[in-house]
Design a protein around this ligand. Structure first.
Ligand code: FUB
Ligand code: ZN
Length: 669
């Protein structure tokens, strides 16, 4: 019933959307994709039953909710640490809203309504909403400045809070049809649009997201000012004259905020990685909605820069801890890899939009890489333990202070856990997309979906055991037989490509080729933009079977990545592997994987909620008890999927393994 309502709601929004240009490809909304998948459904359920309640509980226990109550009463003292702590409530409401459409839950809906009442009470009469000032405007948070917006460019996060409010409000409205949060957001957005603009107050928001949020409000309301202000905020970057352009310091020259040069001149991903990801995603939105070719060309260049020089092999971005930012080209250290979970989430948002603009599979290859590896590593299987940073190695003898070796329940700065609450239930929305009568299958996730092609309903059911098995089946059930193109993504990794660039390379392409059959017979197909194009008159009961080779692949990095020289990483299917201490005699920094080491996949139902491990025999360096002699021994080796590490206590982990003894660093950094 609820889904019917949602569908009607989305349809009723269409007349507004259809007046405008938008992405040439449209994602099939997550509400139309009902998962039955063994990999994702348990995660989405855990997000609903554990992560979201735990997140709300923590918002209550830490004083985040109290901040809103105090703002409503105009008394008390802001009682948490950061002025953006309001956003944890917004992000959790967003996640809960997505989740409500999958799991109707009256109690949760009512709880959200009580929170929304508190948010509403904290909003000032003109729409301003920022508890860190409203509680006591005489003494606002020290990041905020005496006047509203005064420190927006630097630290206040006033517009960041607004952006997350808009994102939450859009999700809540679309999921429930209720306007209570939407109206709060619109009041705030009207104030923001009346305050900022070419002939008004100037600012490049200190932390992007308000741009994406405004676009969502524009899509719902059709109000042009929201889109114009989003575009204005993006174009305002790079015009502030107060920076020291000659400085190499990203805080002094504006690069930390992507504010060093106008966005249309930016070609390299720089600065704070979450800010950057949200900016690039917003540029994609605005480019799609306004046909802005200059934005498009800038994000194309920046994307190439990230994918050729600034992304880790498990899809993580934002290598440098100081400033939580992108490093220089090829600066991808392992011992200090920062890889904030929020940056992986932002990268998924951005890559999905790049696909919707260009229709090329390489964007989904990156999205998938991040999603199955460096993003879900950010949340433990219990749903209530998180990584803020996602390490690339843990060594007993060298452990950088910023690197987390264990997940934590919550962080004083809890942006990542609450971001997880909203990303996980949105995964079904990345599975399919459509352009006219072409249906794109992007992700291989079991479940039933109902699409409308040429105004006729087509049901597609995926039955697979991905990411463990490369055998995929798609059952097509059009209400009436009809011709359309089914475009099935052929992942780069299944065709010998570790990355759509020369940053990472498989040492050997698979001998097995991708095969596709329809109703048991080999199907001829062309490949366009990375998709197998299957064109025929589809009828009820048609079955497409795709077989992706799932060889264990050794990956080498471009030799310009210093830390990975002489080393290899392991991949099978979309998954990147790591070795962890419990499976390898308590240590992994002493392991060598010589060329030719045979590694065999083995499914272990009772390990880490069921994983395929890689097993083999490798070389291990041993140090004698006196610490004065080394020798090598043969040792059994087990690698687990990277996303599953750190569930069995603290100890060593490695993603990159030396191929020869000369590249082992058991003592040094
Ligand atoms: O500034 C708000 C959030 O806090 C950022 O996105 C994270 O990187 C963390 O610094
Ligand atoms: Zn974060």
């Amino acid at each position: 019933m609820k889904n019917l309502f949602l569908f009607l709601l989305l349809l009723s929004a269409l007349p507004v959307w259809s007046q405008h240009r938008d992405y040439p490809i449209q994602a099939v909304p997550f509400t139309q994709v009902k998962l039955s998948d063994n990999f994702w459904l348990p995660r989405i359920k855990t997000n609903h039953t554990v992560t979201i309640p735990a997140s709300f509980e923590r918002c209550e226990n830490t004083g985040r909710v109290k901040n809103f109550e105090m703002a409503a009463a105009h008394s008390g003292k802001f009682c948490t640490i950061y002025p953006f702590d309001d956003t944890d409530i917004y992000k959790t409401i967003e996640g809960a809203s997505f989740s409500l459409s999958l799991y109707p839950d009256k109690k949760l809906e009512l709880y959200i309504d009580t929170l929304i009442m508190k948010v509403q009470a904290a909003q000032e009469p003109d729409g301003y909403l920022y508890t860190a000032r409203t509680i006591n405007p005489e003494e606002p948070h020290h990041w905020a400045g005496k006047e509203r917006w005064e420190k927006e460019r630097e630290l206040s996060h006033e517009l960041y809070n607004s952006g997350h409010l808009y994102e939450a409000a859009a999700a809540h409205y679309l999921a429930t049809g209720k306007r209570n949060l939407l109206d709060i957001a619109l009041r705030n957005a009207d104030l923001v649009c009346a305050t900022f603009g070419q002939d008004k107050k100037h600012v490049a928001p200190g932390h992007q997201v308000v741009e994406m949020g405004l676009v969502k409000l524009y899509r719902i309301t059709g109000k042009k000012e929201y889109l114009q202000t989003a575009k204005y905020f993006i174009e305002e970057r790079g015009h502030y004259t107060g920076y020291d352009a000659k400085s190499k310091d990203p805080w002094k020259n504006g690069a930390y905020w992507q504010d060093h040069i106008p966005v249309v001149e930016q070609k390299e991903a720089v600065g704070h990685a979450v800010r950057a990801g949200y900016l690039y995603a917003a540029m994609a939105d605005v480019a799609a909605l306004t046909d802005d070719k200059a934005f498009l060309s800038a994000i194309d260049s920046i994307w190439n820069n990230v994918v050729t020089k600034k992304i880790y092999v498990q899809g993580g971005v934002g290598a440098v801890g100081s400033g939580e930012r992108f490093g220089d080209n090829y600066e991808l250290p392992n011992a200090t890899a920062y890889n904030e979970t929020c940056a992986a989430i932002a990268n998924v948002y951005w890559n999905h939009r790049m696909f919707l603009l260009h229709g090329e599979s390489k964007y989904i290859d990156i999205l998938e890489k991040s999603l199955y590896n460096g993003l879900i590593s950010g949340v433990g299987m219990d749903g209530k333990s998180f990584f803020y940073t996602n390490a690339m190695e843990i060594k007993n003898h060298y452990h950088h202070k910023d690197m987390e070796a264990e997940r934590s329940g919550w962080f004083p700065c809890s942006c990542c856990p609450t971001n997880i609450t909203r990303l996980i239930p949105s995964v079904p929305g990345y599975v399919y997309a459509q352009k006219g009568d072409a249906v794109y299958v992007n992700l291989f996730i079991s479940g039933k979906s109902s699409l409308t092609v040429n105004k006729k309903v087509v049901e597609i059911e995926q039955k697979n055991n991905y990411p463990w098995d490369g055998k995929l089946a798609f059952h097509l059930n059009p209400k009436a037989s009809q011709a359309f193109n089914l475009l099935v993504r052929i992942p780069g990794w299944s065709q010998g490509q570790a990355m759509p660039s020369d940053l990472y390379t498989f040492t050997k392409a698979s001998d097995t080729k991708v095969t596709i059959t329809v109703n048991g017979k080999p199907e001829n197909y062309t490949v366009s933009n990375g998709y197998a194009v299957l064109n025929r008159k589809w009828k009820k009961g048609d079955v497409v079977e795709v077989n992706l080779p799932m060889d264990v692949q050794r990956i080498t990095a471009n030799t310009k990545v210093e830390d990975d020289q002489g080393k290899i990483a392991l991949q099978r299917g979309p998954l990147i592997y790591c070795a962890e201490w419990p499976d390898n005699n308590g240590k992994v920094s002493n392991l060598i994987l010589p060329k030719g080491t045979l590694l065999t996949p083995e499914y272990k139902a009772d390990l880490l909620n069921g994983v395929t491990v890689l097993k083999g025999e490798v070389t291990a360096i041993k140090i004698d008890s006196q610490n004065n002699a080394v020798s090598t021994v043969k040792q059994n080796f087990t690698a687990i999927p990277y996303y599953a590490w750190a569930h069995r206590g603290k100890g060593e982990m490695a993603v990159w393994f030396p191929e020869t003894i000369t590249d082992v660093s058991i003592f040094s950094k």
